[in-house]
Design a protein. Structure first.
Length: 307
């Protein structure tokens, strides 16, 4: 219940803890557990609480001194400057009003040098790409976007920028900026994509020759059948193996046999047309998939012995 001042007394109602800021000189606790005598005087802050034996107890809170407030600001600035991200504030004229120490790493300018500069003066060529985000923030819209930033030493960082509008009483006064270095995350993202690509290649290609394996061959045959049913035409499947391959392994060992298979795979791959495909099933067994059957200039079974 909100306290009410009546006849020089504070009517507190029933409460457990109440905090008020009034102009007081002293407080006298009365027998009435819901009232406190007030004498107007200096401005103070009091905590009021209900005590089972003493009624209402009022305790004056210590006001923070200027030195305490100054220490708190210094501590806050140390925290902000140690954040590994750019933190700043830009007003409606797109002038810098605050920048933490990270800006000196990214743009080579101290806080004192940055404050008062326009965003265009700070960002340079990047300003054209960021300008519409700044205008959207000044229109009250939160902006989150990625950008590559070249540092003074020539290195490039991938960044994630966030613009948060400063809205007071429905008016946008400016916006705060947070820019985080996501280069490591981008590198991991590229590494994951490459790992996924390699895994897909290993799942669908022969590890020795690099040719499609039976998994990808099955998909290619299904696709060829679908095209023939839809458009007509034909395709051919040619099974290939090498006579005397066992003797190559026996004479030159498995390493020599592997080199032979790799060489033959490369020759067959270079001889086929773009729409055809050669696959390795295993050992010395290969399959040639020829779309459209025999055509002049295409690779067919008659040419294979010359490979």
């Amino acid at each position: 219940m909100v306290p009410k001042l009546r006849s020089g007394r504070l009517d507190c109602g029933r409460f457990k803890v109440l905090r008020i800021c009034l102009t007081l000189s002293n407080i006298a606790v009365t027998q009435d557990p819901c009232c406190v005598d007030l004498d107007l005087g200096s401005k103070s802050i009091f905590d009021l609480r209900e005590d089972s034996s003493r009624g209402i107890v009022a305790t004056e809170r210590r006001k923070p001194s200027k030195s305490m407030r100054r220490d708190e600001v210094e501590i806050a600035m140390k925290v902000v400057d140690n954040v590994d991200a750019m933190l700043g504030y830009w007003d409606r004229d797109l002038r810098c009003r605050f920048a933490n120490a990270a800006y000196s790493v990214w743009f080579g300018r101290t806080r004192d040098e940055l404050v008062g500069l326009t965003m265009e003066e700070v960002l340079g060529p990047l300003f054209a790409m960021n300008h519409h985000h700044a205008l959207a923030a000044l229109a009250g819209e939160i902006q989150i976007f990625e950008r590559d930033i070249t540092l003074p030493d020539g290195s490039v960082r991938n960044s994630l920028a966030s613009y948060f509008p400063d809205i007071r009483d429905g008016v946008v006064l400016g916006f705060s900026v947070q820019v985080t270095d996501v280069s490591r995350m981008k590198t991991l993202e590229l590494e994951l994509k490459e790992a996924k690509r390699q895994a897909e290649v290993l799942a669908t290609h022969d590890f020795l020759t690099g040719l499609p394996n039976r998994v990808l061959l099955s998909e290619s045959i299904r696709h060829a059948l679908s095209e023939v049913r839809r458009k007509g035409g034909s395709f051919g499947v040619v099974a290939i193996d090498f006579d005397g391959f066992k003797s190559i392994n026996d004479t030159y060992g498995h390493q020599g046999g592997d080199k032979f298979l790799q060489e033959m795979a490369a020759r067959m791959k270079s001889a086929i047309r773009g729409g055809d495909a050669v696959s390795r099933l295993g050992g010395d067994e290969f399959v040639l998939l020829v779309n459209g059957g025999k055509k002049e200039g295409g690779c067919n079974a008659d040419r294979l012995p010359s490979l």
